[in-house]
Design a protein around this ligand. Structure first.
Ligand code: GAR
Length: 193
């Protein structure tokens, strides 16, 4: 099975969906490591409860030294013999060094229908624009933020009385279905002999 590491910063609900799918008998991948840049991320305990090694590497002591922080992240990835890195609510920008190190093996989920709404506050922006559909995108990570090739997307309807919170909950449910599916497909395609 393809060895996947998941990088998180928070609740880790996408991470949990990835772990659960990877623990099914026929899964093409397994999550072998979770890394959080925030020691208080709720996802760390969830990962451990599911039997997955989870480590916090706090970025704050590094200040502006992104490379220093990433060197420790990379050391963990290497020690776990990681083959694919999946970002799941990882709210740190990666340096070109780490992106290059994992080129074509680094995926992300973003809560909008890219190329619409890269960056933050995607749901509020979709509502402000009057969009009737919203959704999420799984894509390869390249140096440009939320710009890499799209692997898969899922759409949800925007409802009349939606708030950013209600829309985010509908999109998040779609993310939990889309991400494991897209990651499994990517692992099969990427590592097919
Ligand atoms: C998800 O909606 C994910 O798409 C988004 O953060 C949330 C994390 O939730 N990611 C980004 O905004 C990346 N810029 P989770 O921790 O429960 O998976």
């Amino acid at each position: 099975r393809v060895r996947v590491a998941v990088l998180i910063s928070g609740a880790g609900s996408n991470m949990a969906a990835l772990i659960d799918a990877g623990q099914r008998p026929d899964a093409p991948y397994e999550v072998v490591l979770v890394v959080s840049n925030d020691p208080d991320a709720g996802g760390l305990a969830i990962a451990r409860a599911k039997g997955v090694a989870a480590v916090a590497i706090d970025h704050r002591p590094f200040g502006k030294d992104r490379a220093g922080h990433e060197a420790l992240v990379q050391a963990q990835l290497a020690a776990a013999e990681t083959q694919i890195v999946a970002l799941a609510g990882y709210m740190r920008l990666l340096t070109p060094w780490l992106v290059g190190r994992w080129a074509d093996r680094l995926v992300n989920i973003h809560p909008s229908l890219l190329p619409r709404y890269p960056g933050l506050d995607t749901h509020a922006r979709a509502l402000a624009a009057g969009d009737s559909v919203a959704g999420c995108t799984v894509h390869l990570v390249t140096e440009g933020v939320d710009e890499g090739p799209i692997l898969a997307q899922a759409q949800v309807s925007v409802l009349k009385d939606d708030t950013p919170t209600s829309l985010s909950q509908r999109v998040l449910a779609a993310e939990h279905a889309l991400y494991p599916e897209a990651l499994a497909r990517f692992c099969i395609d990427r590592f097919r002999p």
